[in-house]
Ligand binder design. Structure first.
Ligand code: HEC
Ligand code: HEC
Ligand code: HEC
Ligand code: HEC
Ligand code: HEC
Length: 382
């Protein structure tokens, strides 16, 4: 009995200590509060985030990124320009970019990736010729959000009046990397290539993030589990940021595969209902595999690459950006097979991808299987 009473009292006591954070706990030492500060009150969200690409986004924690960086001429000068988007919470981000500082193993501010506090402090989007940029608020413990406050957090304040957190434009501060071709890196030989993940100039135009359909509604849907451990909410916004590296659930909701029979052939039609092109990053390789009675009868490749076939693997862009071989936003693409279908024939269509083109992985010496293996996005049988 005494033991139970003791346990009861100690839970009360420790509960209280945990509820009233000391100044030491609340203080934010560096530029951004580290991710680990959020664990105590946002466990579900933290765990999703921990396995996301936003967490594993740079040379300290992402093998594909590191290999790509090592293959970039700027790495010889140690000008880690990628930090703007890939290590935006870095304590000495200017130093990393201009080459006066080097990313040290164990530097939490870099290892935190696109961190919780960094993203939640993006105040505004600043469009420039070079691409859109983020403006970060200087208030270390005020986070932008979308829900009306139920119970004030004693760790931070919440502001719900920032429209970019509702319409998804907050994502465009890094996901519209550059709008102008001249910003691609040019080698002395004149060969241009791009490691900056060029999103089409028209992503902002096409994407037209609306309240009903935007980056957040598709990539951060409400999933089960409370948004905080302090009180219960039935759901919270998913923070795993899945798409390709971590496969998005329900891709079928956004991409249809259909079969149409003709007298002399049949067709598989891919209908991309997404507000953006299927391939956003030039490192990806998509394939549509068409099976007839379990045998592959046709494979078609899609990539974000200019049609210029003599371009080297890294020379995605030469004179003009034309991505004919992509599946554009809100569009259909048809693949014809010149075989007459019999009634009993079974057709199967598989749309899948390699996160990194095997050919490119080889070129930059990347052995990581997760990046190069073929993953299935949609598998339809007719
Ligand atoms: C302006 C922002 C920005 C800059 C600068 C930038 N990137 Fe990226 N990068 C992104 C975004 C956003 C993505 C995710 C895009 C996607 O998946 O379509 C990405 C994706 C990547 C990927 C694919 C990652 C994966 O897991 O498959 C690689 C590799 C990469 N970047 C390398 C680099 C390198 C190397 C640099 C510097 C030389 C760099 N990036 C500079 C924004 C940027
Ligand atoms: C001491 C507990 C505590 C800690 C630590 C904490 N939070 Fe919170 N947070 C809360 C509570 C409680 C709420 C819910 C507030 C409400 O709705 O009234 C919340 C809500 C939020 C929201 C939702 C805002 C909205 O309205 O959509 C964001 C964003 C947020 N926290 C970010 C963070 C980040 C980032 C960290 C880590 C740097 C963090 N929090 C650490 C307690 C905490
Ligand atoms: C501060 C910059 C930044 C912001 C803001 C940002 N991202 Fe990202 N995002 C990145 C980078 C960098 C990567 C690539 C990480 C890697 O793999 O190297 C990425 C990767 C992703 C991926 C994974 C793609 C894949 O490989 O499967 C998704 C999905 C994504 N972001 C969605 C979003 C959404 C939705 C938002 C807005 C809520 C957002 N991002 C805001 C920088 C950012
Ligand atoms: C790339 C940007 C980005 C990162 C990184 C990020 N968040 Fe969020 N977060 C958002 C956006 C955007 C929303 C609003 C989602 C909505 O309204 O549906 C959000 C919503 C939230 C909410 C409210 C959830 C809800 O359902 O309303 C909390 C709490 C939160 N984030 C905490 C965190 C914590 C803790 C981390 C790190 C473990 C984190 N966020 C990392 C962009 C981000
Ligand atoms: C209608 C739903 C929908 C909307 C809206 C949407 N996406 Fe996607 N996104 C998807 C699906 C499904 C995929 C996986 C298939 C693919 O690669 O296109 C994807 C893929 C991605 C990828 C990985 C593609 C690659 O080649 O690396 C990134 C990054 C991404 N989305 C970011 C965004 C951003 C940023 C926005 C807002 C401007 C956004 N998405 C809006 C559904 C959506």
């Amino acid at each position: 009995m005494q033991l139970i009473l003791f346990l009861f009292l100690s839970t009360l006591l420790f509960g209280n200590i945990a509820d009233i954070p000391s100044d030491e706990v609340i203080k934010v030492k560096g530029k951004f509060a580290p991710n680990k500060k959020c664990i105590r009150c946002h466990l579900d969200i933290y765990i999703e985030f921990k396995h996301s690409k936003h967490r594993h986004s740079n040379i300290l924690n992402n093998a594909a990124h590191k290999a790509m960086w090592d293959g970039n001429p700027l790495s010889k000068e140690q000008k880690y320009v990628c930090a703007t988007c890939h290590a935006p919470a870095a304590e000495d981000i200017e130093g990393l970019i201009n080459g006066t500082a080097v990313a040290q193993e164990g530097d939490k501010s870099i290892d935190d990736g696109v961190s919780c506090a960094m993203c939640h402090r993006i105040a505004d989007i600043h469009p420039t010729e070079k691409g859109d940029k983020y403006i970060v608020s200087d208030k270390k413990r005020v986070y932008y959000g979308t829900r009306e406050s139920k119970q004030r957090s004693d760790y931070h304040k919440i502001k719900t009046d920032n429209p970019i957190f509702k319409n998804g434009d907050v994502c465009l501060t890094c996901h519209t990397q550059h709008k102008k071709q001249k910003l691609l890196i040019q080698k002395k030989s004149g060969e241009k290539y791009c490691v900056f993940s060029p999103v089409d100039e028209n992503i902002t135009k096409i994407s037209q993030n609306t309240k009903e359909e935007n980056c957040i509604t598709c990539h951060m849907p409400q999933v089960r589990g409370s948004l905080t451990d302090r009180f219960d909410t039935p759901t919270h916004a998913y923070h795993g940021f899945s798409a390709l590296s971590k496969k998005i659930k329900d891709a079928k909701k956004y991409i249809d595969l259909n079969l149409t029979k003709h007298s002399d052939s049949f067709e598989i039609i891919i209908h991309n209902k997404i507000t953006h092109d299927i391939i956003l990053h030039p490192t990806r390789l998509f394939k549509l595999k068409i099976y007839l009675n379990d045998k592959v009868v046709k494979t078609v490749e899609f990539q974000k690459e200019s049609q210029d076939r003599d371009a080297k693997p890294l020379a995605w862009l030469k004179d003009e950006i034309k991505y004919k071989n992509n599946i554009l936003a809100k569009s259909k693409k048809s693949v014809k097979v010149d075989i007459v279908l019999k009634d009993e024939d079974k057709v199967r269509a598989v749309l899948g991808y390699h996160v990194m083109k095997p050919e490119l992985a080889k070129k930059i010496g990347l052995k990581d299987k997760k990046s190069t293996e073929f993953k299935i996005l949609i598998d339809e049988r007719f």
